[in-house]
Ligand binder design. Structure first.
Ligand code: SAM
Length: 240
């Protein structure tokens, strides 16, 4: 049972640092044309995609490597009388034409991918005038190999860069970056480990494996929350 298996089975919404409040925060700072074509990469259970469809009347496509996540997102949209387009696929090889989207939203996804490949894909499918919003975890100072090993084992995060590491990855993929906000995960008003989960399947909470994953997450965040940072990044295509 991985962290993402647990997220999928519990149907936890806004499973990224800062949760729903941080999503509402960046959405309040980004203007989007009506009916914009938006891609939510690594959509999870679809809460942000639904927000965007509702708030901007946007034409939202959700993509996730896990079919269960895409199914949940489509179900959430149907419950809210919204329409999303669902695609099961990987951020590193997306089944879309060049410049298919005006905006890409990627909330706590890149650390689970090969980020250089995924970012090249973001650059390929975004319009030249488009915008990418990414919320990502980052290290705030030096961390030990044991810290990195635990993050890999617990969360499946391949590599967590620091701020300059993220900036390098963004520039290398052809983006200019503006850091909209950054800080320690534990400084956020509602850290992800304290959110009230929204359950797709309430029985899932009784599953001992899921309980173990949740407990490990809470313990790790309690111990290391101060070292784990987050950034909200706005990426624009660099002029070449
Ligand atoms: C921490 S969750 C965040 C989900 C959602 N963005 C949110 O904020 O609630 C990470 C999501 O990325 C998805 N994911 C992981 N690796 C991926 C990949 N290579 N391509 C697409 N999605 C991926 C996972 O299945 C999961 O839904």
């Amino acid at each position: 049972m991985t962290y993402h298996d647990a997220l999928a089975q519990l149907g936890i919404l806004h499973a990224h640092p800062g949760g729903e409040p941080l999503t509402a925060w960046w959405m309040g700072r980004v203007s989007m044309p009506e009916h914009a074509r938006i891609l939510d990469v690594g959509c999870g259970n679809g809460a942000t995609a639904c927000f965007m469809a509702q708030r901007w009347n946007a034409d939202v496509t959700v993509l996730d490597v896990r079919k269960q996540m895409v199914d949940h997102a489509l179900r959430l949209a149907a419950e809210r009388n919204l329409r999303l387009r669902g695609v099961v696929g990987s951020a590193e090889a997306m089944p879309f034409q060049r410049e298919s989207f005006h905006a890409i939203v990627s909330e706590s996804v890149l650390v689970f991918t090969k980020p250089n490949r995924a970012l090249r894909e973001y650059r390929r499918v975004i319009e030249e005038q488009g915008v990418v919003i990414a919320i990502e975890m980052m290290t705030l100072g030096p961390v030990t190999d044991a810290w990195r090993r635990e993050v890999r084992q617990l969360y499946g995060a391949q590599f967590v860069p620091d701020l300059s590491g993220w900036k390098r990855l963004f520039y290398d993929a052809g983006f200019d970056v503006k850091v909209l906000r950054s800080g320690s995960v534990s400084s956020l008003p509602l850290p992800v480990n304290q959110q009230e989960p929204t359950l797709a399947d309430p029985k899932a909470l009784l599953d001992p494996q899921i309980r173990t994953v949740l407990q490990q997450n809470a313990q790790w965040m309690e111990k290391h929350g101060k070292e784990m940072g987050y950034g909200v990044f706005e990426l624009r295509c660099a002029i070449t």
